[in-house]
Design a protein around this ligand. Structure first.
Ligand code: MN
Length: 279
């Protein structure tokens, strides 16, 4: 499908002074437009052209993933803001108290997560298959749906999101952006039916139920254990678990040891026994 710039749900100057018209003109009008143009160009004539944006995000890697996720993330981000913010609905407060102890604790943890991301990225509030809420830091174009979580809210902390209005003061941007969040939208998203990726990746979500810190610790351990790349000694092709081998039915995130016994090198056709860990 051909992607076009999604409608901005408010006037370009409506979020001033917290987010200036100039920032919107660049961030929405130029950066998002560029991701859309790149995505259209990269998908043309490939199987991705027939896929939904979410399916692309769940299966693609490299530039296709990056541009698809940036289109999705930005659309979601701009739709998470409102010029007329209202107090947080009680229902959401109840969930935040249940999962973070208090609304204040959630607010502190979320702002810290957003401010602390090293380099470009996104801070997310996301929900697992059991309805539990998690704060997630993602680098670059990351999106928690890849881990089987339903996104509820995000703040963009790429420099392009704040440099015009705040220069290097990311924390000040996060504080002001917080005041623009459309909490009713967050609750609406909680009540939307679970997207299919939540079921598909429920095992991943299982490991995240005890909160952000534990999830990160497990993720790092899993990474060290399972994200080893393997190289084909016959032809030099490298199996990267982060990318998997989607063309042959291997999902991104599949460790080498979990590849089926009959999987073969997509470049030269030899079996798994011809692979050794990459140094
Ligand atoms: Mn951005």
């Amino acid at each position: 499908m051909i992607y076009t710039l999604p409608p901005l749900p408010y006037a370009p100057d409506a979020l001033e002074p917290k987010m200036s018209q100039e920032t919107i003109e660049y961030h929405y009008g130029k950066h998002l437009q560029t991701y859309i143009d790149n995505l259209n160009r990269l998908c043309e004539g490939t199987p991705y052209a027939e896929m939904s944006l979410e399916d692309i995000i769940l299966t693609a890697s490299g530039p296709v993933f990056n541009n698809a996720a940036q289109v999705w993330n930005h659309t979601f981000f701009f739709n998470s803001l409102t010029p007329k913010p209202e107090p947080m609905p009680l229902e959401l407060k109840d969930y935040l108290i249940r999962d973070f102890g208090s609304v204040e604790t959630f607010k502190e943890k979320f702002k810290k997560a957003a401010t602390d991301i090293f380099g470009s990225g996104w801070a997310w509030l996301a929900q697992d298959g059991d309805g539990k809420l998690h704060i997630i830091q993602e680098s670059n174009a990351g999106n928690p749906m890849r881990a089987g979580l339903k996104p509820l809210l995000t703040i963009d902390v790429w420099e392009h999101a704040y440099y015009i209005d705040y220069r290097n003061r990311r924390a000040a941007f996060v504080d002001n952006c917080w005041e623009l969040i459309d909490w009713k939208k967050v609750v609406e998203r909680m009540h939307e039916p679970d997207p299919k990726y939540i079921e598909e990746t429920v095992v991943v979500a299982e490991t995240t139920r005890d909160g952000f810190t534990e999830m990160m610790a497990e993720a790092i351990m899993e990474d060290e254990k399972d994200m080893q790349k393997y190289v084909c000694v016959t032809c030099g092709w490298v199996y990267d678990p982060e990318e998997g081998d989607p063309e042959n039915g291997i999902d991104p995130g599949t460790p080498f040891k979990d590849l089926p016994a009959d999987w073969t090198c997509p470049a030269c056709g030899v079996g798994k026994e011809y692979f050794e860990p990459e140094r």
